[in-house]
Ligand binder design. Structure first.
Ligand code: KG4
Ligand code: ZN
Length: 322
């Protein structure tokens, strides 16, 4: 029989200092503090600011999480932390904290992949076990990919992005349009269906890797040429058209891979999965009962996704050992 697990998970890959506590697959606490407001002054993430902020916040977040979960540190059975990918200094703060705590308590410490955490974020507050195989579309600030999961430990990346990720492109376009950082959220708020018809570039065939630097460059050129000629441009029209292009591109590629495999369901994840248009198009383009979309509060970076991933990973390893 599987033993009771009390897992403390740590996420510090970018600007959020987040710690969650799970008792098995039940979320007991998820505390996040962020350097976003400070980063906003610079119009983007400054790695040094992020790592300093993690150093200042991690102990406060840890203590709050224990209180919220109503557990003592001695109750913990496992520590899990984001080991990669992310900002080197920020990751390091989480890693050192995780290793020291695990060493003090003499319990196992699991280094985990942030992006795979995003894949499992739907399961944080949905009390169902992941069923394999599934296909996942992960859209974040640093990565965009489609993967086939045959089990929690066996997955294949079917398509990924070598240049600007979808969120990164939206953020850069948002900044040039003068919108508040992060641009992805601002463009979501400004989106208007009736203003999404500007055509910048064509979509590449679905088998080609994701690429969002082309749409970014085309849009920035469009804005800059208007600025140089002292001509007006419609921020809402540009933002809406770019967002529509990005969502169309994601769906076009996802449809292609869905048609190739016999899967149980489709999982969406990553910061951009908070986007209203993308969430709507996922439901319109695929059978609604096979599309699993995380709750809004778990789309962005959070430690709960690392915690739930570690829980199902430990379960699967225990089953394999039996
Ligand atoms: O997953 P995430 O929180 O961090 C990374 O792992 O990168 O993703 C952050 C990205 C940013 O680019 C942000 O602009 C984007 O997610 N984002 C959104 C929305 N909320 C966050 N993009 C579009 N619409 C949103 N509602
Ligand atoms: Zn992320």
């Amino acid at each position: 029989m599987n033993k009771n697990k009390v897992i403390l998970s740590i996420e510090t890959s970018c600007d959020d200092t987040s710690i969650a506590i799970f008792e098995n697959n039940l979320l007991k606490a998820n505390v996040t503090m962020s350097s976003l407001l400070e980063q906003r002054k610079y119009g983007g993430i400054v790695p040094e600011v992020a790592s300093r902020s993690h150093c200042d916040l991690i102990d406060i977040v840890y203590k709050k999480a224990l209180v919220e979960a109503n557990v003592r540190c001695d109750d913990l059975t496992h520590i899990a932390y984001t080991a990669e990918p992310g900002l080197v200094g920020s990751l390091h703060v989480g890693k050192v904290f995780a290793k020291q705590l695990a060493s003090l308590l003499n319990i196992p410490c699991l280094p985990l992949n942030h992006m795979v955490g995003h894949v499992f974020s739907y399961f944080i507050d949905h009390n169902e076990k992941p069923t394999f195989p599934f296909i996942t579309l992960i859209v974040s600030g640093g990565h965009t990919f489609i993967a086939l999961f045959k089990s929690i430990q066996n997955y294949t990346i079917l398509n990924s992005c070598n240049d600007d990720a979808a969120g990164e492109a939206l953020d850069k376009i948002g900044r040039t349009l003068g919108l508040e950082y992060p641009g992805g959220i601002s463009i979501d708020k400004a989106y208007d269906d009736q203003k999404s018809f500007l055509s910048f570039i064509k979509h590449s065939p679905p088998k080609n890797p994701f690429s969002f630097s082309g749409i970014k460059t085309a849009t920035l050129n469009f804005i800059n040429s208007r600025k140089m000629k002292d001509e007006d441009y419609d921020v809402c029209e540009i933002g809406s058209s770019v967002l529509k292009w990005v969502c169309d591109d994601l769906i076009l590629k996802l449809k292609f891979y869905i048609s190739q495999y016999n899967i149980k369901y489709i999982l969406l994840g990553g910061g951009v999965s908070a986007n209203s248009l993308l969430r709507k198009m996922m439901k319109e383009n695929f059978q609604e009962n096979i599309v699993l979309i995380p709750s809004l509060k778990y789309t962005g970076d959070n430690a709960a996704m690392i915690g739930i991933y570690s829980y199902y990973l430990l379960e699967s390893k225990e089953q394999n050992e039996q």
